[in-house]
Write a protein that binds this ligand. Structure first.
Ligand code: 3HC
Ligand code: NAI
Length: 658
């Protein structure tokens, strides 16, 4: 099947793009459209053209896989210029996701008709790019500077109805009507009128200019080191002063330079890694169980978040708690989460009420009988979890899956404590579970491929990025986090201070430093864990007791106004505390350590090298299936700057971390 077909129907030329999965503007599409336009030019009977796509979407962008190869003519800007120059009206029929180069193609057409569920946008900045085929030039000429900036600089798509309000599209069809036929009818109507002036020949509506300096400063702050959003705005600013042809050339130059740059390579790497990380040979070809009813044991922080995620994905959800009071609290937690989704405009009041009616609470495990998957999220205590596993296994079908949300406990041992351990898996959600995208899917040593395939399909339905891992203390993410936290504590004893480490991390691109993050989470949970582990700790391993001292002094973090830092009020930024400085210096002296200075670059190099070292171990032990898995976990669960691609990507692509 060719990527582009052309047919003539009663004076209308229909160009149809069929390049699954997303109708990307690959070379075959670009040259196919060019050939079609040349053939149409030779047919004087044609009075209008429609450009449409087969499959689930209109063009969703340029083909990322071609970005690492030399560009092959015809280039996308030339295809779009050819569309714009056609002597008869060209109407684009839009459905699905009209993104990046896809929206640029649509803007090269003279009219745009969209299905109501269409979403339109410029996600280029998410890939470290700016639009490279006229987006920054044609968009402001159609919808004004302010809306164009919002569309191009934040990378988020808009709905068809917003697009219509802005004038980005000309008409929305009804859901029931045939988009292609409606577009043909529209084209026939427009054929009787003069062809509209192409966007590149128009002036920009309105004379108001944004406060560019303020906008750039705000974007820089939000981007935390990512350059593309800032370059997008600067390019739009500069282009306003240029005639369209020079503006197009300027945009292309910026696009090409970003495409060749380190940040875009890193962002493309992580985009593709997220798509591929769960594609394991062992699950290939396996049909997962189609799950409809989920059981969740525990309605605390994690259980309620997981229940909310399940409800939002359309599952019937049964929540089990210890007693009526805990169950009422669990239900309240879920209600609050759903109210949050309502406030953010993600769901309507009706949908919120309907979802709550799908939540069935109980204190009797017998209620779990119809569940096809049960996830426990009770206290992090092996004996408690074991008794829950035992109770669940007695009730549910022997083929139904039992999952644990444990952060650290040995899931293999839990699995072997019940009959049919092959249906046990770990589902390690991140808090807040209904919002965080990452989900570590922990494959126990006896789990069968069908269990894994079903868990991965469930994760996909929740909209999560599922990363398969093996069983070890902390799986991928918490294990790497423990390793680098330890290393940071060594640096503190050796001469650094918490604020120095945190500044190095935020300057590197993390949203928060390690010590401020610990203060936010509260220091007492890891304190209790350390107390539990005290008896089995290796006495020869270096142990930093500073966190214990802080807790002993009641400095439990932000909630007590004191932790590694001082907080004058609930909102205040972390302030270095002279008492902590003294405590640290005393401890170094007590251990006979001569404190030395650490530069910012040494701190960052040490942190990244520690992540990479632990990452290598995790790979060698078979806990992670690939470098990509480690990068995806660190970027999506631990604030590793996305535009750096992850610690393992940096090993080969940016070894200096500069
Ligand atoms: N190039 C090549 N392959 C792509 C791709 C792209 N731009 N976007 C997605 N794919 C592939 C995915 O890798 C996946 O491959 P697989 O089937 O082998 O796993 C397949 O398409 C389907 O993708 P998803 O699993 O993500 O499908 P969804 O339905 O969940 O999402 C989507 C579809 C919304 C289009 C999403 O894939 C997406 O956001 N893609 C990126 C879109 C984008 O960034 N476009 C701009 C590109 S840059 C550009 O256009 C520059 C221009 O200005 C010159
Ligand atoms: P939590 O203390 O907020 O909630 C635990 C809930 O389990 C409580 O509501 C409690 O009443 C209930 N419970 C205890 N025993 C029960 C039983 N026998 N039957 C029914 N319900 C019972 O704890 P949280 O933070 O939700 O943690 C739960 C699990 O999730 C732990 O294993 C934890 O390690 C893991 N986890 C926690 C994360 C976090 O950020 N807090 C992140 C990822 C995993």
């Amino acid at each position: 099947m060719p990527a582009v077909t052309l047919e003539f129907a009663d004076h209308i030329a229909i160009i149809d793009i069929n390049n699954p999965p997303i109708n990307a503007t690959s070379h075959a599409v670009r040259s196919g459209v060019m050939d079609a336009l040349a053939r149409i030019r030779q047919n004087p009977a044609v009075t209008a053209i429609i450009l449409c796509c087969t499959g689930t979407t209109f063009i969703a962008g340029a083909d990322i896989s071609e970005f690492n190869q030399p560009a092959r003519a015809p280039l996308l800007p030339d295809v779009i210029a050819a569309l714009e120059d056609m002597p008869v009206p060209v109407v684009a029929a839009l459905h699905g996701t009209v993104l990046g180069g896809g929206l640029e193609v649509a803007l090269g057409c003279h009219y745009r008709i969209a299905h109501p569920a269409t979403r339109l946008g410029f996600p280029e900045v998410n890939l470290g790019l700016i639009p490279g085929a006229g987006g920054t030039v044609r968009t402001p000429r159609l919808i004004g500077v302010e809306n164009a900036i919002s569309l191009i600089s934040n990378g988020k798509p808009v709905t068809a109805s917003i697009a219509l309000d802005w004038g980005l599209i000309d008409q929305i069809t009804t859901s029931e009507s045939d988009l292609r036929q409606t577009t043909i009818d529209y084209a026939r109507k427009m054929a009787t009128q003069p062809c509209p002036i192409p966007l590149t020949k128009r002036t920009i509506p309105g004379t108001e200019q944004p406060d560019w300096d303020k906008l750039i400063a705000k974007t820089e702050q939000k981007a935390r080191g990512a350059v593309a959003p800032v370059i997008a705005i600067k390019t739009m600013r500069d282009n306003l002063a240029l005639p369209a042809d020079q503006a197009l050339a300027n945009e292309r130059q910026q696009f090409v330079s970003l495409r060749e740059g380190e940040q875009s390579r890193a962002l493309r790497h992580i985009f593709m890694a997220e798509k591929n990380v769960a594609k394991l040979p062992m699950v290939k070809g396996i049909t997962p169980t189609n799950i409809t009813i989920i059981g969740i044991v525990g309605g605390g922080l994690m259980g309620a978040g997981i229940a909310t995620a399940c409800l939002l994905a359309g599952y019937q959800t049964i929540m089990i708690e210890r007693d009526d009071a805990a169950l009422a609290k669990g239900r309240e937690n879920v209600t609050n989460h759903l109210q949050g989704s309502l406030k953010r405009g993600i769901i309507s009041q009706d949908r919120c009420d309907q979802l709550l009616s799908q939540l069935h609470g109980n204190t009797d495990y017998a209620a779990l009988a119809p569940a096809e998957l049960v996830i426990e999220a009770v206290f992090e205590d092996f004996e408690v979890k074991k008794s829950v596993f035992d109770a669940v296994a007695r009730i549910i079908d022997s083929t139904a899956i039992i999952a644990s949300n444990t952060s650290y406990l040995d899931i293999n041992a839990l699995a072997h404590s019940i009959p049919n351990p092959e249906r046990v898996i770990g589902l390690h959600f991140f808090s807040p579970a209904h919002i965080m995208k990452l989900l570590e899917v922990v494959c126990t040593d006896g789990a069968n491929p069908h269990t894994l395939a079903t868990a991965l399909a469930f994760a996909r339905k929740l909209g999560k990025i599922a990363v398969p891992t093996g069983v070890c203390d902390g799986f991928i993410g918490n294990r790497i986090m423990s390793a680098y936290r330890k290393q940071c504590e060594y640096m503190i004893e050796d001469g650094a201070y918490p604020e120095q480490i945190d500044t190095a991390m935020t300057d590197f691109g993390f949203p928060m430093g390690l010590f401020a993050m610990q203060d936010m989470a509260g220091l007492e949970i890891s304190w209790k864990t350390r107390q539990r582990q005290a008896a089995t700790r290796n006495p020869n391993e270096r142990y930093v007791a500073l966190g214990d001292y802080l807790c002993e002094q009641g400095r439990l973090g932000r909630k007590t106004g004191r932790g590694w830092f001082r907080y004058d009020n609930a909102q205040s930024a972390p302030q270095p505390d002279p008492d902590v400085k003294r405590l640290i210096e005393q401890e170094s002296a007590r251990k006979g350590i001569v404190r030395r200075t650490f530069s910012q670059s040494e701190i960052i190099k040490t942190i990244i090298a520690t992540m990479q070292r632990e990452g290598d171990k995790i790979l060698n032990e078979g806990i992670a299936h690939s470098d990509d898995a480690i990068d995806v976990v660190m970027v999506n669960g631990y604030g590793f700057p996305r535009w750096r691609g992850g610690p393992m990507f940096m090993k080969t692509n940016s070894p200096t971390g500069s």
